[in-house]
Design a protein around this ligand. Structure first.
Ligand code: SF4
Length: 339
């Protein structure tokens, strides 16, 4: 029998990450035993204030519950975006991101026992064989690329996986429980509201005591959007706290391309703020559901529209005056961006 791998960083970059992000060697914060219960109470109180419209809106949703996800939280910024998001289409950047996640996950499952090229080839084969007949599928996009473009993307993925290995120490199972894309659903008000998310990585210690010992990590391969990325993570931290009854000690965005991370440590106030954001989003969804009940189309005057950097994700962008005004204001204040 082989020896179990040790919990030991092997490069200076791994040492830094182990200390700054994984917090190895640092004491973990004690869990406030009231925290999860208080957050649930805060959410349920805020959501109850939306009744009776909340129950009507929930009844019209699938499974009879209003669903709050990170995507819906993001779209809260403008009613138009919440109602009419642009349909998702695969692009090279989005496919690179999806496959990079899959490769990093698989590499973790295999305990780094294979060359990165082999891991990439295995993931590529699996993903390219899934639903190839569906023209909107990831596999259809992958198979439509030329052989050169496919090879170039595979090389890029192998490079990303290698740099990930360079910075992340191996995390042996006997010390660290690693959950990739764990689906977490939290039911509130008897299921009339459901919060749902899948954090990329949830790392937990095998030690169970009165201290917070989980770390939530979101992997990003695209352009960093610090504030947006932080909101996303806080939502996952809230989900973990409510689902497990124990908060993570830290949550972090890891920018795979840059090998950089932005951590945030556990604070009650941060989770309370996130719970308020969830209630605000639910309030928006309920208001929009009321405006669009029985097939009604609300006028722009009835909607709360706000233009900004998110308009490119909105199907209304081309004809939206609010978006045009926001672009003009941006051009005045940041002329360099427009040249
Ligand atoms: S284009 Fe922008 S401002 Fe207009 S509805 Fe969409 S997100 Fe809102």
């Amino acid at each position: 029998m082989g020896t179990a791998p040790a919990l030991r960083p092997e490069t200076p970059a791994q040492e830094r990450l182990a200390s700054e992000l994984l917090g190895w060697g640092s004491p973990r914060p004690r869990i406030d035993p009231e925290l999860a219960r208080d957050l649930r109470a805060q959410l349920e109180e805020g959501l109850t204030a939306l009744e009776p419209d909340l129950s009507d809106a929930a009844a019209r949703e699938r499974r009879g519950g209003l669903l709050v996800t990170k995507t819906r939280l993001d779209r809260q910024v403008c009613d138009g975006l919440q109602l009419d998001p642009r349909p998702f289409e695969h692009t090279r950047a989005s496919v690179r991101g999806i496959l990079a996640h899959a490769v990093i996950e698989r590499d973790g499952d295999l305990g780094r026992g294979a060359d990165v090229e082999e891991v990439v080839a295995a993931v590529w084969y699996d993903e390219a064989s899934r639903r190839p007949g569906d023209p909107a599928s990831l596999s259809a996009w992958m198979n439509a690329q030329s052989a050169e473009d496919q090879a170039a993307l595979r090389d890029e993925l192998a490079e990303l996986a290698s740099s990930f290995r360079e910075v992340w120490p191996e995390l042996p199972e006997r010390y660290v429980e690693r959950q990739a894309e764990r689906p977490i659903e939290v039911s509130l008000l008897g299921g009339r509201v459901r919060l749902f998310g899948r954090p990329d990585l949830l790392l937990s210690s095998a030690t169970r005591d009165d201290r917070a010992r989980a770390l939530v990590v979101d992997l990003k391969t695209g352009r960093p959007r610090s504030e947006h990325d932080r909101h996303e993570l806080r939502f996952y931290a809230l989900l973990v706290t409510l689902a497990d009854g124990r908060p993570p000690f830290r949550w972090a965005t890891y920018y795979v391309t840059e090998g950089r991370y932005e951590p945030e440590d556990l604070r009650r106030e941060t989770l309370e703020l996130t719970a308020r954001r969830v209630v605000d989003t639910a309030a928006q969804l309920v208001r929009l559901a009321t405006l669009t009940a029985d097939g009604g189309t609300p006028s722009d005057d009835e909607l709360r529209l706000r233009g900004g950097g998110w308009c490119f994700m909105c199907a209304r962008e081309e004809h939206c005056e609010v978006a045009a005004r926001a672009r003009a204001e941006r051009a005045m204040s940041h002329p360099d961006d427009m040249l």
